[in-house]
Design a protein around this ligand. Structure first.
Ligand SMILES: [Zn+2]
Length: 462
């Protein structure tokens, strides 16, 4: 039995495996009641914070500025007094203290893995992990994967880039820890998707990991090659890197296309490879596995933790990371949380609508807030449209115009006027905004093997 760890950082028995019919990987923790979990998380939090204070010049400086010492942390309300950490701050600190920044809490020769962001929106951020971090992260992955139904008998196809991006590596480490068969196929090379289709048919993996955009792209390629994606016989598709798997109509499309279940996981690059937001097999929104990463939902303006049932910005704190721990990392995402019980019985709160937006992704058009995920949900709820879409915002004189570009799917003849009208009506009803719809010839919109960029804002705000 995998016991409740009381020392920090915890070490886990790498040979431990639950029985195949056991629903919980760590029964001791996953069947706690809310109060027991609260105490358990608080104890881990105290130890993590003490460690960070002793080892991280970055956090010591931040906390000294507000007069905080680890002994002050007696309850969560004390923790809530700590300042947030932003991605921008981490980047600036790494520029001043290259390459790892002043939040590196281990000596450079103890670094086991180096990863980072791709740097598409500025200077990349560098991430370091210790060997212990890697093992704990693998344990966390295996535990969450167990929760959504993966077992050592599974074969897991990892269809995402093996490079700086940590999502692929986290999935791989979890699969290895569980003892399932790992199939690290990767993605992103020219012609690789066609090859993926062939390999999927030949090897018949039972599980798939990637981004939702990529799964849909792969399905489209398969259909072009005359293959029904159901022939792959994949029973579990799990995703991170994009919010799509939590968008109801995208989830429905993935499940109907592949005939397997669609599972949403993931938080943000700085927290990876810990996948501590993850759905269980009941798929009622991602659980916040609070004893691995402690997550708060914080009101974007008042900066106070919001009650269950309300919307806020997820703020993350590692509870098992020693190399470069994040404390109160401001995600900038938006979600809603609940503590309504889940059929799985775990005490973790959930994000029933997934992570559905980013404060900085929101487009304001004629005073109306539009989230790309809302448009995604509408487009993919309409039969006859392909999975791809673009949102183009323009400004004519003083009026903002929002155009949604879509394509018919390749299934056959469509009444294009009817498709356009249906979409326009639905967008108007749900968004409360008149939107232009452009139906483009099938295959016009760019496909992606990684994360899709679907918003083009042509307005000038000078
Ligand atoms: Zn559950």
């Amino acid at each position: 039995m995998n016991k409740v760890e009381t020392k920090w950082p915890p070490t886990y028995d790498r040979s431990y495996l639950p029985k195949n019919d056991e629903p919980y990987w760590n029964r001791e923790v996953e069947t706690m009641d809310a109060e027991q979990l609260r105490q358990h998380v608080l104890e881990k939090l105290k130890r993590q914070i003490r460690y960070v204070y002793d080892h991280s010049p970055f956090y010591r400086k931040k906390w000294s500025a507000v007069g905080f010492e680890p002994g002050d942390l007696k309850d969560f309300k004390d923790f809530e007094m700590l300042p947030f950490t932003t991605k921008q701050e981490l980047r600036e600190d790494q520029l001043e203290n290259p390459p790892f920044g002043s939040n590196l809490c281990i000596s450079p020769d103890e670094i086991y893995h180096i990863h980072g962001t791709s740097g598409t929106t500025g200077k990349p951020t560098v991430f370091a992990l210790s060997k212990g971090d890697w093992e704990r992260m693998a344990e966390a992955h295996a535990r969450i994967m167990w929760g959504f139904g993966l077992r050592p008998t599974d074969k897991v196809f990892i269809g995402s880039v093996f490079s700086l991006y940590m999502g692929s590596w986290g999935a791989l480490a979890g699969v290895e820890r569980m003892g399932a068969a790992a199939f690290p196929f990767g993605a992103g090379q020219p012609g690789q998707t066609e090859k993926a289709v062939r390999w999927l048919l030949d090897v018949k993996p039972t599980a798939f990991y990637g981004t939702p955009s990529y799964a849909l792209y792969l399905a489209e390629k398969a259909k072009e090659m005359g293959i029904d994606p159901k022939e792959f016989n994949i029973r579990i598709l799990f995703f991170s890197g994009e919010p799509g798997a939590g968008v109801p109509s995208t989830r429905k499309r993935i499940e109907e296309t592949f005939g397997g279940i669609c599972v949403d996981t993931g938080s943000m690059a700085e927290m990876t490879p810990w996948m501590a937001n993850g759905e269980c097999m009941h798929r009622q929104g991602m659980h916040l596995w609070q004893d691995i990463v402690y997550t708060e939902l914080v009101h974007p303006e008042t900066k106070q933790v919001v009650p269950y049932g309300e919307e806020g910005v997820p703020v993350y704190t590692h509870l098992e990371r020693e190399a470069q721990p994040m404390v109160r990392l401001w995600s900038g995402d938006l979600s809603l949380w609940t503590n309504e019980p889940c059929p799985c019985g775990r005490p973790y709160p959930r994000l029933p609508k997934g992570i559905y937006g980013r404060a900085d992704d929101m487009i304001v058009v004629r005073g109306v807030n539009v989230y790309p995920s809302a448009v995604e949900d509408i487009v993919r709820s309409i039969d006859g449209l392909s999975d791809e879409f673009r949102i183009v915002v323009t400004r004519e004189n003083i009026m903002d115009e929002l155009t949604v570009q879509v394509e018919p799917d390749t299934a056959g003849a469509h009444d294009t006027n009817a498709l356009t009208n249906t979409l326009q009506q639905k967008l108007k009803t749900v968004l409360g905004l008149t939107v232009q719809v452009e139906l483009l010839p099938a295959g016009t919109l760019e496909r992606t093997e990684f994360k899709a960029r679907r918003v083009i804002d042509k307005r000038s705000f000078k």
